[in-house]
Design a protein around this ligand. Structure first.
Ligand code: C5P
Length: 250
């Protein structure tokens, strides 16, 4: 298991050109990159067009392109479907040679186990698999009212994390504020991957359960996922370096 802590940049861009020219700004440095729904659906395996226009060549594949440049990739597609569909989808994603994938823990232990099986490559390796507990944009009030989850946020996170561990996953995605809770529920080696990072002097956007990189480090995050505080900064490289310094202490 990877024990090294790292800062993951959420490359939430609309297309290939924008993403690659953003990454070019980092020159020799190869940050860990998160490819999420927007980018993957825009540039990933071009199945929709392929089905419509049989015989046409496959479109640009942003995941392979970023890997070729030497970055590690967290493919953040948050799968949530019946176990068989998730297993088969994970098999496809694993073949892309990504380093980390995720599912919604709400999909049940059976679905998470199926995801893990699907990720296993013929050579016995697989990407890390983590489960989303509750999105960092969800408040306790919304979770209880909209999702009809009666427990409080802390109990829900701990319960979903224990389910993920029981299914054999490597960790969970949660708010940095919940990293200590996750470690307490599932042990120190169970990974806490935490979006919801904001510099102290910045706006929260749509994120609710947030802290800054140094706070995330103190609470016990293994990986912080940072999007807009880096991608929308006037100087993204300086913002990334600030995250690395505050989170990794170097
Ligand atoms: O721009 P920002 O720093 O808010 O980006 C956070 C990233 O982490 C987004 O790509 C979002 O989809 C992702 N994420 C999240 N909360 C989760 C899981 C993933 O914010 N629970």
């Amino acid at each position: 298991m990877i024990r090294m802590k790292d800062v993951i940049i959420a490359c939430d861009f609309a297309g290939k050109e924008e993403t690659l020219s953003f990454l070019d700004r980092f020159e020799g440095v190869k940050p860990y990159v998160k490819v999420g729904m927007e980018l993957y659906y825009a540039c990933g395996p071009d199945i929709v067009r392929e089905i419509k226009q049989r015989g046409y060549k496959i479109g640009p594949d942003i995941v392979r392109e970023i890997k070729k440049r030497g970055h590690k990739i967290f493919l953040d597609l948050k799968l949530h479907d019946i176990p068989n569909t998730v297993k088969k989808a994970m098999k496809v994603l694993s073949a892309l040679d990504v380093d980390m994938c995720n599912v919604h823990a709400a999909g049940t232990i059976e679905m998470m186990k199926a995801a893990l099986e699907g990720l296993m490559r013929p050579d016995g390796t697989r990407p890390l698999l983590i489960a989303v507990t509750q999105l960092t944009s969800t408040s306790e009030e919304r979770m209880q009212k909209d999702l009809l989850i009666g427990a409080n946020m802390q109990e829900t996170i701990a319960h979903y994390a224990r389910n993920a561990r029981e299914a054999g996953l490597d960790g969970v995605v949660c708010s940095p504020l919940e990293a200590a809770l996750v470690k307490e529920a599932c042990g120190p080696d169970f990974l806490a991957v935490t979006p919801g990072i904001r510099f102290k002097d910045a706006a929260g956007d749509d994120q609710v359960r947030v802290t800054d990189p140094a706070g995330a480090r103190a609470i016990g995050s293994d990986f912080i996922v940072v999007g807009r505080p880096i991608t929308a900064a006037p100087d993204p490289v300086a913002a990334y370096n600030r995250c690395v310094k505050d989170f990794l202490g170097r």
